[in-house]
Design a protein around this ligand. Structure first.
Ligand SMILES: [Zn+2]
Length: 333
């Protein structure tokens, strides 16, 4: 029996700098476990233990589970050669900033034919990314609602590993709403057509600009996504900032992409406009930061943004949690 983790090393999002004082530090991480066997095995239990850097077990919580409960009792679950088992989205949350070291996963069962006990263990290193790029918000002005931010409630935790710390921003109008009327047309949405700016300087490493904008609430047809799963992100611009840090801007407006692969961009330079291309519920800007240029392959990094306005304050550098309303600080233009 063999255990594998995806990714093999897991980034921890440590949110110790939040815009509003008093929220306290929180950290979280997510990964998938794969279990395979070369002989038929009956798996009975899987146990996770999270260790801190002094090798103590840290009592962290799983997203929907109880405190300090990290066991999965499978009863009798067969794993045969050529037919593995995946335990997707193993998610952990810790209130506080104790530096964590690794997760030890242990699986136990028995050989189906010989009845002999079978066990396997895997140590998954937990790593903290030291962000080099100073990222501004990728929007020009106005109030933007982070419908998805860096915290436990992000829907993107269920997506590929590069999206674990992704943001979704929606612009709010003077009425505090994200669209006028019934919002059935893209043009009814305040976000649609708004400039998308380079969050930091760098080189354009990937562009897709051949996808149409979808009407709000309507997923793209299969033909648009055929052959390449990454087309769910619609039109995209990917910027390499150096030091293995990449910005991924997605669901961009059809015909709005102003850059091509190889171009150098400066911080704050317009690169496209907010759209509704790919698999998107309505016009919004999807932004994530990853450790390589490839969606579905490289790992998502937690994000610190610099110089923005939130809760009436000007914030120097912080993580933006879900549902916070933020604006770019005027002088960062
Ligand atoms: Zn998104």
């Amino acid at each position: 029996m063999r255990l594998e983790a995806r990714p093999a090393q897991v980034y921890v999002g440590l949110y110790d700098r939040l815009p509003h004082p008093g929220l306290g530090a929180v950290q979280e991480f997510v990964f998938d476990i794969g279990i395979t066997a070369t002989r038929p095995v009956v798996l009975t239990d899987v146990v996770w233990r999270v260790y801190d850097q002094t090798d103590h077990v840290a009592l962290v919580r799983q997203r929907l589970g109880q405190a300090a409960m990290h066991e999965l009792t499978l009863g009798q679950y067969g794993v045969a050669p050529g037919m593995g088992l995946i335990i997707p989205r193993c998610y952990f949350l810790e209130q506080g900033a104790i530096p964590l070291s690794h997760v030890r996963v242990s699986a136990a069962g028995y050989d189906y034919e010989t009845q002999a006990a079978v066990t396997a263990t895997l140590e998954i290193p937990l790593v903290y990314h030291q962000q080099r790029a100073r990222l501004r918000l990728p929007m020009a002005s106005g109030a933007w609602w982070a419908i998805t931010g860096n915290d436990w409630s992000s829907m993107h935790k269920a997506d590929p590993v590069s999206w674990a710390f992704a943001y979704d921003f929606v612009k709010l109008g003077p009425d505090g709403q994200s669209y006028t009327g019934r919002g059935l047309r893209n043009e009814d949405h305040y976000s649609f057509g708004q400039a998308v700016l380079a969050p930091a300087g760098g080189k354009i490493v990937f562009v897709r600009d051949d996808m149409p904008d979808q009407p709000p609430g309507q997923p793209p047809d299969g033909a648009q996504l055929a052959g390449e799963a990454a087309r769910v992100a619609g039109n995209v611009v990917v910027i390499g900032h150096g030091y293995g840090e990449f910005s991924y801007l997605a669901h961009l407006q059809a015909g709005s992409v102003q850059v091509k692969v190889g171009d150098m961009v400066r911080k704050g330079q317009p690169v496209a406009a907010v759209g509704n291309s790919g698999h998107s519920p309505g016009p919004h800007l999807h932004y994530h930061f990853q450790d390589g240029p490839n969606l579905f392959v490289d790992r998502g990094l937690p994000v610190l943004f610099s110089d923005f306005l939130a809760v009436g304050d000007r914030v120097k550098q912080a993580t933006i949690p879900s549902r916070m309303i933020v604006s770019p600080a005027p002088a960062t233009r």
